[in-house]
Design a protein around this ligand. Structure first.
Ligand SMILES: C[S@@+](CC[C@H](N)C(=O)[O-])C[C@H]1O[C@@H](n2cnc3c(N)ncnc32)[C@H](O)[C@@H]1O
Length: 280
C-alpha cells in the first residue's frame, strides 16, 4: 500500500490546510511549559502556554473524525521550584473543547534514566523530614475521544483484517495496563538532538490501538517526525505540523524521505511552507 505524508511548516494553533473530520487519529507531545532544559523561557506566562493548548484543542476537535482518538503525551512541569499542573489543566482544556476523557496511561521510564540528582540528593545531605524533593520518572499519556461512539461497521472488513493487533505483543508487553514501561530516547541520539522526542514505542502503540491501515494520523507538534515515521512503517498516511523550519531535514531523514530515499517505494512526502514560515 502506498502512503502519503504531509509536513506543514507553521504554527499548529491553526490547521487550515486540514479539512474537517478528515483525520483518524492524532498523537502528539507539545512542548512542556518552559521545561528547564528543552524550552527554557519559551513562553512569557503559563496562561500564554495554556492559550496555545486551547487553540490546538479547538482545531483538533474540528479535524478529527467522529468517534476518533487523540493521544496526548504531556506531564506536569517543575519550573524554578514551582510545579505546574499541566496534566490537569490540559485535561480540562480538551474537555472544554468537546472531547471525552477516555483514559490515562502512565509511562514509566527505566529506573536508570535518573541518577540521584542535586534536587533529590538534598535529602542525603540532610536526612531529616522536609527535605524530600523527588525526581520524575513518569509521563502521562492522556486519551481523548471525539464523541461517544466509534462506528466499527464503517471499517471495511479487509482493512480491519489488515489492522489486526498481535495478541502476543499485547499480552507480553502489557499494553492492557494503565502503566506502560518502555525506554526513553537516549540523550545524544543524533536525529533527536535538541528535540524532546518521544520514543517510537509511544506512537507505535497508539497507532496500532487506535487506527487502521490506510487511515490518516496527525501530529501537530511533529518535532523530529517520530509519529510520521511510525505511521509510514505501519502503512498509515500522516500529517505533521512543525513550527521550526530548521527541523525539516531531520523529519525528512527520519521518515525515510531524506537524501537516501528508500528505493522501490511509491510513498510520497510533501512539504507545505506557510507564508510566514522561514524556508530553510
Ligand atoms: C516535545 S517536541 C515534539 C517531539 C516529537 N514528539 C518527536 O518525537 O520528535 C515539540 C515540538 O513542537 C514544536 N512546536 C512548538 N510550538 C509549536 C506550535 N505552536 N506549532 C507547531 N509546532 C510547535 C517544537 O518546535 C518541537 O519541535
Amino acid at each position: 500500500m502506498v502512503t502519503h505524508h504531509k509536513l506543514i511548516v507553521g504554527n499548529c494553533m491553526t490547521m487550515s490546510e486540514i479539512p474537517d473530520n478528515s483525520v483518524h487519529l492524532a498523537v502528539t507531545s507539545p512542548p512542556y511549559f518552559n521545561a528547564p532544559f528543552d524550552y527554557k523561557d519559551l513562553f512569557d506566562s503559563y496562561d500564554q502556554y495554556l492559550g496555545v493548548l486551547k487553540n490546538v484543542a479547538k482545531e483538533l476537535f474540528r479535524v478529527l473524525n467522529d468517534g476518533r482518538i487523540f493521544v496526548l503525551n504531556i506531564d506536569d512541569m517543575l519550573v524554578n521550584g514551582e510545579k505546574f499542573p499541566i496534566v490537569a489543566d490540559a485535561t480540562k482544556i480538551f474537555l472544554d473543547a468537546g472531547f471525552r476523557y477516555r483514559d490515562k496511561i502512565i509511562w514509566k521510564k527505566p529506573d536508570g534514566y535518573l541518577r540521584i540528582s542535586k534536587r533529590s540528593g538534598v535529602l542525603l545531605q540532610n536526612p531529616y523530614p522536609m527535605y524530600f524533593y523527588p525526581d520524575n520518572l513518569l509521563e502521562s499519556i492522556i486519551i481523548f475521544q471525539k464523541g461517544k461512539k466509534f462506528d466499527y461497521k464503517s471499517v471495511p472488513k479487509d482493512i480491519r483484517k489488515k489492522s489486526k493487533i498481535n495478541k502476543k505483543e499485547f499480552k507480553e508487553n502489557k499494553w492492557y495496563m494503565t502503566l506502560w514501561k518502555f525506554n526513553n530516547v537516549m540523550p545524544g541520539s543524533p536525529l533527536e538532538k535538541d528535540i524532546a522526542a518521544f520514543p517510537e514505542e509511544l506512537p507505535y502503540r497508539a497507532i496500532k490501538l487506535f487506527s487502521h491501515v490506510g487511515e490518516t494520523v496527525l501530529d501537530p507538534f511533529a518535532g523530529s517526525g517520530t509519529t510520521m515515521k511510525v505511521a509510514r512503517k505501519l502503512k498509515r498516511h500522516s500529517i505533521g505540523i512543525e513550527i521550526k523550519s530548521e527541523i525539516v531535514d531531520t523529519i525528512k531523514t527520519k521518515t525515510g524521505f531524506g537524501a537516501q530515499k528508500q528505493l522501490n517505494n511509491k510513498d510520497t512526502f510533501k512539504i507545505i511552507y506557510r507564508k510566514d514560515a522561514k524556508r530553510k
